[in-house]
Every structure is written in C-alpha cells, then in structure tokens.
Ligand binder design. Sequence first.
Ligand code: FAD
Length: 473
Amino acid sequence: SPVIVWFRDDLRLADHPALQAAVETGRPLICVYVLDDETPALHRLGAASRWWLHGALAELRKSLAQHHGALLMLHGSAETLIPALAKETGSNCVFWHHRFHAKEREQDDRIADALSKNGASVTAEWGTVLLDPERVRTKEEKFYRVFTAFWKAFQLQDVPDPVDAPSHLSFYPVESELLSDHRLDEQALLPTQPDWAAGLRSHWEPGETEGQEHLEDFLKHDCTRYGTGRDELGREGTSRLSPYLASGAVSPRQVWDAIQRKGASEEGARIFLSEIGWREFAKYTLFHQPLLPETSLNQKFSSMSWRTSQTDLEAWQQGRTGIPVVDAGMRQLWVTGWMHNRARMIVGSFLTKHLLIDWREGEAWFRDTLVDADWASNAMNWQWVAGTGIDAAPFFRIFNPTRQGVKFDPDGDYIRQWVPELKKLSGKALLEPWSAREDELRHAGVVLGKTYPRPIVELQDGRDRAMKAFRSL
Ligand code: FAD
C-alpha cells in the first residue's frame, strides 16, 4: 500500500525529512498539497503568499515530474481530504512536518485522530526549523523568553545535517472521484482584476531552484559584507532568502550548513547566522507562546488605548503619510511584496507610535502583502517594534524617521527610488520636505499637499501623544 507525503510550507525535495522518511519505507508515494480555505479557525493565506504559492507549486510539480510523479493539488478542508485520501488509497501512513501556529497544530491533532480511527498513523518531522523547539531549555527545564540567552544555549546543540533530495522516487497512481471534485484551480491563486502582481513577477521567481541560486549568490558576493551592508536601505546587502525560507523552497538547515562550510567565524557570516537564529526564535516563541500573533505578550499593554483611524491606516498602507522614508518602505512592499528589514522597523515604529495604531493592524497588512509572510516572524517582529513583546525594544524608544534616513539612506537613493516625485530634492529637504525652503520645493517641482502629501502627523506631536498613552498604562 502507498504512503502519503503532505507538503505544506516545505515546498522542496532536498532536505525534506518527511519525504526522506516516506521514501525509506520503500512504499510508493502519494504527494499532496491542500489549500485549506474552509477550516474557519485557520486564517486564509495572504494575497502575496498566494501569488508566491502558485509559482512554488508549479516548480515542485516540475521536480516531481522529473521523477515521473505528480503532485495532487486539492482545495478544501484538510480535515476531510487527508483522511479521505488515506482511506480511498489504502494508505496507512501519512508523513508531514510539524507546524507552529496553535490553530494549525490543533488541526494536525484532529487529522491524526481521524487517521488513527481508520488504522493509519502519522509521522511528523521537524523540517521547517533547525531544531525541535522542545530541545532548547534553561537549566530549570523552562523555555527561553529572551533571544540572547536562547541563542547562546542553541549554539551548544548539534544541528542535524541537511539531507540530499532522494535520487529515486516511486509513485502510486491516484484516481479518485471524491478528490477530483476538490482539485485546486491554480489560477485561483493569482490576482484577476486589477492585476497587482506585475511588480512581484519582475522581482521574484519562486521555487527550489531559484532559492538555491539565491543562497549561492549570497555566499559568493554579499555574505562577507553583510555585517556592514545589511542596514543600508538603498543597497541589496541582504540575502532576500526570506520568501524561499517561508515557503520552504530552501530549508534553514541548508542555509546553516552552507554558512558553516564557508566559515562561520567571519563577522558577516556570524551576524547572518544570528538572523537565522531570530527566525528560529520566532518559531520557538510561537510554539511555546501560542498567543503571540493575537495578544501583546507584555500584559501591561492589555489596557493600551490604541487609536482607531481608518484614514491614517490607509495613508500608511498606501505610502501616503507625507514622511518620505516611511512612504518609501510601504511602496517597496506594495510593488515588490518585500521590504528591507530596516524599513520594516521604521514603518512599524511609525504606525504603532507616531500614529498610535495597534500593531495587529500592521501585522495583518504585512501578512496580506509580504511574499515572505510568516506567522511567527511577522508577529514576533511586530511585537518587538511596538514594544509589546517580552524581548522587545522598549515602547519609549521611538524611531525618528529623519534620523533613521540620515543614518541608513544617507544619499537618499532609497527614497528617490520609491518616492520618485521627490527625486529632485536632496539632503534634509528630501527627508523632511515640509521643512524645505519654498525655492527648494519649487525647483524640485514639489507642491506639498498636491504632488506629495503633507505629513499626516507632526513628528513631535505623534511622539508626545505616544509617550502620554504609554505613561498612562
Ligand atoms: P537577511 O538579512 O538576509 O536574513 C536572512 C534570513 O534570516 C531571512 O531570510 C529570515 O529568514 C531571517 N531573519 C532575518 N531577520 C529576521 C528577523 N528580524 N526575524 C526573524 N527572522 C529574521 N520575516 C519573515 O520572514 N516574515 C515576516 O512575515 C516578517 N515580518 C516582519 C515584520 C516586521 C515588523 C519586521 C521588523 C520584520 C519582519 N521580518 C519578517 C523579519 C525581517 O525583516 C525579514 O526576515 C528580512 O527582512 C528578510 O530579508 P532577507 O531574507 O534579505 O534577510
């Protein structure tokens, strides 16, 4: 009888412990992907993630076809479809990788129960992280809440080596009426009208092959300079591996191993590994603190009086706040589905502090628009920026967008690229057009309130309002 490999956020063949374990049974495989929009407790994938998924599934199908196999792509409730697939095909073993969101874990438990009622079992592996999150514990057998201590303990552990893609796969032919009613219409993953994905298409190619190329490119060209270049907004100083890691086209163990081989003692490599560590810590935190995506972990913020302003929220989402470096970040996100990490921190601080809007609004917008949207990293970083997390920047540390611009976009390249209506301004006038001289604006063809918005909040006023709200907690 066949065994089932259920692909989820691990869309690759190499270093896929669940696939590897299934192959080792020596039985024919059924490879399946389920897009579950039906289970109410699970949130739907964001629009940018769906666009990415379309390309990632196409690539996975191609890889399986090279082994003369297919990927069964289904749309519907996984809780119905996976047990039904097992029953119809007589499979008594399903292989998958653990997920981290509480709702997904609960769903996995329900599916495992349903399978066991039919005599089938589940083998779950840790394929989307470096280590099983139960393994890294304090001396008191508790879980770490602070990154630095976590990372110190983590590095004493052995990370398993990545495994190669299986050289030979044999497949089980699936023909089932029940399943043909639930075929995933791949086109439904793409935007219809308007087609907002042109920028995504020109910036990204999803899939395992492209992901590996990104990794190799980064190791060859950028890794050494990563320590100094990673914060420069106008440069491609980072790996841009995040959407490949989020969809599982590249595994964290492959990245870990590649860096170790290159020599992790180099400054750039060491800092880069600690960023991979932040990704691991985000998953670890979500695993041990399931409320991370929903609730401010620092309980002090449960009584925070966040502002509600649809107008301000939309101005932020659309990159029309009148603060150039914030607008540059938000437009980069809208056009490319990705934003520089430094810009994510600047726009996050502006939303939660200068505008005093709840971090969950920012988290939701990012989740819908990022190609690398990930429950754990997104929520943990929003809570970090907002100061509501446990290991977070303190709330009173409010980024000044102008100073951030001076430091991380000193030539103004980033603002000019994404806010081209200001491109003839320079220096302070580019960062703060509202304080530029009349003649500077005129020469640059900028009319505030017409060609570019006036700031939706005066920076000092926004700062004072945030501090007042914080002090009243
Ligand atoms: P690199 O600098 O090349 O880093 C390599 C890898 O390390 C990244 O691909 C990523 O997997 C990991 N990494 C780096 N920084 C972080 C971090 N701070 N936290 C967790 N992992 C990190 N990252 C996501 O993958 N998904 C998200 O949904 C997400 N939301 C974010 C929201 C906010 C408000 C902020 C401030 C950050 C968020 N990040 C998120 C983290 C970070 O911005 C991105 O991982 C990074 O910008 C991706 O670009 P890169 O691959 O070039 O990163």
